[in-house]
Design a protein around this ligand. Sequence first.
Ligand code: LMR
Length: 395
Amino acid sequence: MFAELAEPPLDPILGLAQLLARDASPDKVDLGIGIYHDEQGKAPVLDCVKAAERWLVENQPSKRYLSSAGNPDFNLQMRGLLFPEGSDAYQRARTIQAPGGTGALRVASDLLKRLRPEGRVFIPGPTWPNHPGILKASGHEIVVYPYYDLASGALKFDAMMAALADLRANDTLLVHGCCHNPTGADLDIDQWSAVADLLEKAGAAVLVDLAYLGLGDGLEQDAAGVRLLASRLPELIVASSCSKNFAMYRERVGALTVVGGSEKDAVLAHAHTLPVIRTLYSMPPDHGAAVVAQVLDDATARAGWEVELRTMRERINTMRERLAARLAGQSARDYGFIARQRGMFTMLGISPEGVETLRRDHHVHLTSSGRVNVAGLNSKNVDRVADAIAAVSQG
Ligand code: LMR
């Protein structure tokens, strides 16, 4: 059975770790997988996480099974990050814990397949490369809608809306809630409103991937799109993640929130996620979610987290400005879009050959799609990286 197997292709993102490990240069720069690095080039554990872990070691009363929905405190807190407590959307929402944003997306995908077996899922082009795989694993037909113009670094909003006119009532629209991965280009509030109008008319479902909450403009600002959708549409599904905003990548902490037309509908939808989870992984691992709950439950710890999150966000946005300015100094092209975009990523239109040259000759590692993780830049490497990008890029 195994002997005949051919080598599988490397994952376009996770596979980069092998190429990075093979590069012996002391000056190598990791702009591949979406991990936040600080000014020293390290990806440390947040102080608030360390403190909560210490507390848990001393005080966690039991490791008995929870339900398939995971940690109830975590679920309440994650719901509160999406929608202000007491708001209409908060009442109409229920959250389950999932193993990372990926796990939440897979649960959502399987749930949608059960509820709308004939429906298609519309995904942006480009999108996170794992989206199609997750959706296809549940058996979905996928339609790619235009989203981003590589040449100008702007959204193709008109083309997107024209393509979405094809949405039918049993289809689902997948959107990135903020910090679009891989482009960094997000909808503004008027564009969210136009999308809500279109979805209202079509009666299609919407799945929001919100993996970067707090890393764009702030916790409230980054939730504006999802809140607008919840205020206008009866139903919504949101996959969120603590991998980035709590820097808990390997702990696999995510959540899936279902919003119903009423609280009763949300409770019912929540109940229908449980058998999906039971067959996929029975219940999520607790540790990371218990840590997040511990931080968010305690006002002082939460304030500490918000400071650490702001530090990450502001450093990313500073690096965006520095990269844009340095590139602009060497090209007729307007790179202002890099500074206007948000989140970890941008796409500069570097060809796969250019990416290979960057890796081989400059020890700068990106995905072969030309996605740059801005959060891997720092004061020491940003100018060198910009110069290398300018040397290999076409525009
Ligand atoms: C990324 O896009 O780099 C991250 O979301 C990590 C991943 O799982 O792909």
